[in-house]
Design a protein around this ligand. Structure first.
Ligand SMILES: Cc1ncc(COP(=O)(O)O)c(C=O)c1O
Length: 317
């Protein structure tokens, strides 16, 4: 119970503290919410967020100094003038705005026509058809991560398998949601393939999902059909779903073709994260998605899709 020092509202407490600015001071109160100062949101920034580290480094760099500053780890392709999205895309967005039909609140899961368009696009890469209901539109790939992690964290004691090296937003979001993280390694000598053999030893009955990032950030590798098939088989054996972060699906380095994890959705269910940000060079448009590749309807039965819908129905976009 908080001990709140009573005041008559006319500055008595302030006077007792030797302050007389005309406002009652609340200096000596024991606030019930003060425990939050040691909580994950208050303390995680510098540890878990790559943005926090980047902002810190940027703040210490003197742009007008004698040496030029080269951003060697740039995640925003749009800052380079050579990269510009198609003028047709810009025209289509401008024209849509001008109709006045899209200034309304959209459904939390996205506009039906936009969901259909993404479903049609993604269906080209897999041997079955996705429907609009399989697509959840999000504010970039980042919100897709923000949606999936709490859905998986609903079960007390759940854990998730993440790649090392990886994309740190997953660790940060898991920490916010008290979802335990277990890491598996990517093997440099094997083109940064997943150490598939290690997965069984780190997983247990509380493991809900594993993440693959393909094409990979930060390693740039692109996984082969055989490797992805192996991942799907292990996921099935472990009884876990595969989160496939495919935001770089159209930015492939080298000659290996990109194969969507959804191709193996009949072996283990897949939640794929996609985004316009990198592939269409418009990160500021903040459009991404979670695509549900679930031809055997496991994610429907286990209410993962319902949980995603319910999450998005109370989110801001
Ligand atoms: C692997 C990976 N996933 C997700 C994201 C977030 O995507 P978005 O910029 O669309 O929010 C990024 C952005 O850098 C990324 O590299």
């Amino acid at each position: 119970m908080a001990t709140v020092h009573q005041s008559n509202g006319h500055g008595e407490a302030a006077a007792a503290n030797g302050k007389s600015n005309g406002h009652a001071a609340a200096a000596a109160a024991d606030w019930n919410f003060a425990g939050g100062k040691d909580g994950i949101l208050a303390t995680t920034g510098a540890k878990n967020s790559i943005r926090a580290i980047r902002y810190k480094i940027s703040a210490s760099v003197e742009e007008s100094g004698p040496r030029p500053v080269l951003p060697l780890a740039h995640g925003d392709p749009s800052v380079f003038p050579a990269f510009r999205t198609a003028v047709e895309a810009e025209d289509a967005v401008a024209a849509a705005l001008r109709t006045g039909q899209f200034s309304c609140y959209a459904a939390g899961v996205g506009l039906p026509a936009a969901r259909s368009a993404v479903a049609e696009h993604l269906s080209q890469g897999v041997p079955y058809k996705l429907s609009a209901d399989d697509i959840f539109l999000t504010a970039g790939g980042t919100q897709a991560i923000e949606v999936i992690i709490p859905v998986l964290a609903q079960t007390a004691g759940a854990n998730i398998l993440l790649p090392r090296p990886g994309y740190p937003n997953y660790e940060a979001r898991a920490a916010f949601n008290k979802l335990e993280v277990r890491h598996f390694d990517l093997i440099p000598e094997k083109g940064w393939e997943i150490d598939v053999d290690s997965l069984e030893s780190i997983a247990d009955k509380n493991t809900t999902a594993m993440l693959i990032i393909n094409p990979n950030n930060p390693c740039g590798s692109v996984y082969s059909y055989e490797h992805l098939a192996k991942v799907a088989e292990v996921a099935r054996k472990l009884g876990i779903l595969v989160i496939a972060d495919e935001v770089y699906g159209k930015l492939v380095l080298g000659n290996a073709p990109f194969i969507p994890m959804g191709v193996f959705g009949h072996i283990a269910p897949v939640l794929s994260i996609g985004s316009l940000s990198k592939s269409w060079i418009v990160p500021g448009w903040r459009l991404g998605w979670v695509a549900v590749y679930d031809p055997t309807k496991i994610l429907e039965e286990t209410k993962i899709s319902t949980s995603i819908t319910n999450y998005l129905n109370v989110s801001t976009d």
